[in-house]
Design a binder for this molecule. Sequence first.
Ligand code: ZN
Length: 256
Amino acid sequence: MTKRCDLGRRNHEIIRLRTEKTMTLDEIGKIYGISRERVRQITLGSGVNVVKMRKAYLQEKILACPVHYTFAQIEEETGAGSALIYETQKSAGITKEVVRKARFYLNVPKKNGDECQEWGGYLHPKSGYGRYAVIKPNLQYAHRFSWYYEHGDIPEGMCVLHRCDNPPCVNIDHLFLGTMADNTLDRDRKGRQARGERMGNSILTREQVMSARRLKKENPDLSFPEIVDLLGVDAAPRTVSQAISGITWKHLAQIT
Ligand SMILES: [Zn+2]
């Protein structure tokens, strides 16, 4: 009787080792002093669906990994293949977007009272703004992601502005939505009445030209189509590029 019980326990253990697949048939055989064929027979004869159990076991391990882990990290942690990882994450609702959001917050320091939370990832060397992934032309800066994750889509042509005037800050309480005009209003309050605008047939307003020049100066790697998008104007990139370089709107002082 005892022997049967021990055998049962041994077989159970063998099945466990097989389903978790930490060991090969040979390795298990060596431990219990039986052939690899016998190990196979035991697992087959048990009626246990080894493949299914192993899958369930791996799925559980995959879901126990933090959401921000990369595929490679999960593969290493669980020993699962990337197809199973993908399938498991997908069925659990862990989409690329969910992972991206989780990874975003890894770069955001803990909230400390009303202090700025400066982006811990890449900072644009000139503007000092934090950069994250490039999802679309108007969604690549960390402070804009911060707004997006908290409040949803940023209305077209709107800017995410800093109350604290600290470009790397992504503290949601320090950010607010404004137009390009709001962005430059306080800085350009004393500006002259524009001539270009008064000519009547101009596509851009003085404010927009100033904003475009400021944007390009602070973010030299922005393309002209991106600037058009950020400004929310109905103009060709060429129009904006000429206004920025001073081919048009010559009378407006260049941003220094
Ligand atoms: Zn701040």
